[in-house]
Design a protein around this ligand. Sequence first.
Ligand SMILES: O=C(O)c1ccc[n+]([C@@H]2O[C@H](COP(=O)([O-])O)[C@@H](O)[C@H]2O)c1
Ligand SMILES: Cc1cc2nc[nH]c2cc1C
Length: 370
Amino acid sequence: MSPESPDTAMLDALIARIEVTDPTVAQAAREHQDRLTKPRGSLGQLEDVSVRLAALAAVVPAPVPATPAVAVFVGDHGVHAQGVSPWPREVTGQMVANFLAGGAVVNALARQVGATVRVVDVGMSPEAAAVVAAAPGLDRRSVRAGTGDITVEPAMSRAEALAAIAAGAAVAEGLLAEGHDLLVTGDMGIANTTPSAALVAALLGADPAAVTGRGTGIDDATLAHKVDVVSRAVGRATADGVTADDPLGVLAAVGGVEHAATVGYLLAAAAAQVPVVLDGVIACSSALVAARLAPAARAAMFAGHRSVEPGASAALAALDLVPLLDLGMRLGEGSGGVLAVPVIQAAARVLAEVATFDGAGVTDKTAGQE
Ligand SMILES: O=C(O)c1ccc[n+]([C@@H]2O[C@H](COP(=O)([O-])O)[C@@H](O)[C@H]2O)c1
Ligand SMILES: Cc1cc2nc[nH]c2cc1C
């Protein structure tokens, strides 16, 4: 098996397990939602979430998720050398130590909503890894020590992308086996908003200037440079013969190891018919890859929030997913996804518990007055 055409059997099997949802279940959920004691449509997006949850679980109402978990996939990026982020690479490792100590934002938000935090090294650089050399609690599944600089070489080989997808899928399957019934994506990787923008630009054929943002915070001149870096990365991948109809090729060419792991995580959640909440631009760009690999996987995806990063909104629009929260957040770590957990739980609980007009003896509105 050559590195250019590695064995895709694992990915093929994972994709084959993802079933298309039954539209009659969605219809039944919508009809039940319409019988609840409230004006039809009055719960807005919550109603759509409840219908999508039921369709995913293939049962009306869907079970109310009770044990959420967030996986924070960690990786570093060769493109950091191009000066696209104001932060040094060792911050990736320092934040991993912070996650493991329970001191990061995602830890506080996870405690708020009762979610478990799993921290997974899939691609830390040696600088970052040195900081957490002896960190108990870190799930070590490193596929490579940071990606290549995507302006001059592929981020990783296809075989490495497949290995990271397998790692992410295994993390999801492990969390599900532990009883978690709602998964959230998380990420940590200094410079990873650059490959995120490159993935969105390459997969959507979008103008890099329209999908590249300020990440952790850069000035106008650095943003203009970052747009050029994204353009060069996409141009290099194209020159290498990578096309938008080859999602694995695009992922390997201009993505990141944490993106690849997130793809596997999303696909495994979809295969298990378990909802998975997307956080920010890293998750949204990974979701684009996952949906290109397996269109049916979209049914399991819920957009937790609208990240400030423009690539996130572009990806969500392409996926036809509406973000649940819009708080001007741009942190990553899974923070915005975790915050959306109670909204998703609430949507399921409403469909499961609210009385119907018939059941509660409440008079429905007069027919024909839509
Ligand atoms: O989730 C987002 O949309 C998001 C937006 C901006 C920054 N981040 C986080 O910040 C880091 C990447 O930012 P940068 O500027 O170094 O590319 C990485 O650790 C991400 O988790 C995340
Ligand atoms: C401090 C810090 C925390 C983060 N969390 C996710 N990405 C981050 C980037 C930085 C720089």
